[in-house]
Design a protein around this ligand. Structure first.
Ligand SMILES: Cc1cc2nc3c(=O)[nH]c(=O)nc-3n(C[C@H](O)[C@H](O)[C@H](O)COP(=O)(O)O)c2cc1C
Length: 155
């Protein structure tokens, strides 16, 4: 079965990344609001992505992460306004910790900055114009790598 990419995106940044990844991977791409457990069944590879909201990934993505079948390989991607290494590592850990508790293989996490459009902060231009074309190209490369690594017979 085709890989699956599920995203939570309130202002569109993570959705753009998810679509770029899905395109290069030949994956199905769904918003977390439209995913059921049936969509998860029998997938060899699932990518989960979320924006960061008030220092957390979306709870819906965390909930879904707990339902990933254990024999499925998984990768994660995150977009956030802040891009300091400490913050990014903290955000990355939130999701990957949830998955590491399960018997899920290959939890790699990818991050890129995303323009913070929250009305109170928009004027500050935090990570303005991100993700840009370079970010999307990197997202495609990352997804392809995940696809190759999850393949039973890597090229
Ligand atoms: C309600 C809200 C809260 C946010 N809180 C944070 C935050 O705590 N830390 C951060 O780095 N970015 C924060 N951001 C910025 C987003 O993480 C960033 O713009 C991300 O790319 C949004 O993804 P999306 O467009 O897919 O929703 C926030 C954005 C919104 C809209």
């Amino acid at each position: 079965m085709r890989p699956l990419i599920v995203y939570s995106s309130r202002t569109g940044n993570t959705r753009r990344v998810a679509r770029a990844m899905a395109e290069s991977l030949g994956a199905d791409c769904l918003s977390v609001d439209h995913v059921t457990e049936q969509h998860l069944a029998q997938r060899r590879l699932i990518g989960l992505g979320s924006g960061i909201y008030w220092a957390r990934t979306d709870d819906k993505i965390l909930e879904l992460a707990r339902k990933i079948p254990s024999n499925c390989q998984t990768f994660l991607f995150i977009t956030s306004g802040l891009r300091f290494t400490t913050m990014v590592n903290y955000y990355k850990n939130l999701l990957s910790k949830t998955l590491r508790k399960k018997d899920v293989r290959q939890v790699k996490v990818w991050h890129c900055p995303g323009f913070d459009k929250y009305p109170m902060f928009k004027w500050m231009g935090i990570s303005k114009s991100r993700p840009d074309q370079r970010d999307l190209a990197e997202a495609r490369r990352f997804a392809l790598k995940m696809g190759k690594q999850s393949s039973p017979h890597p090229a």
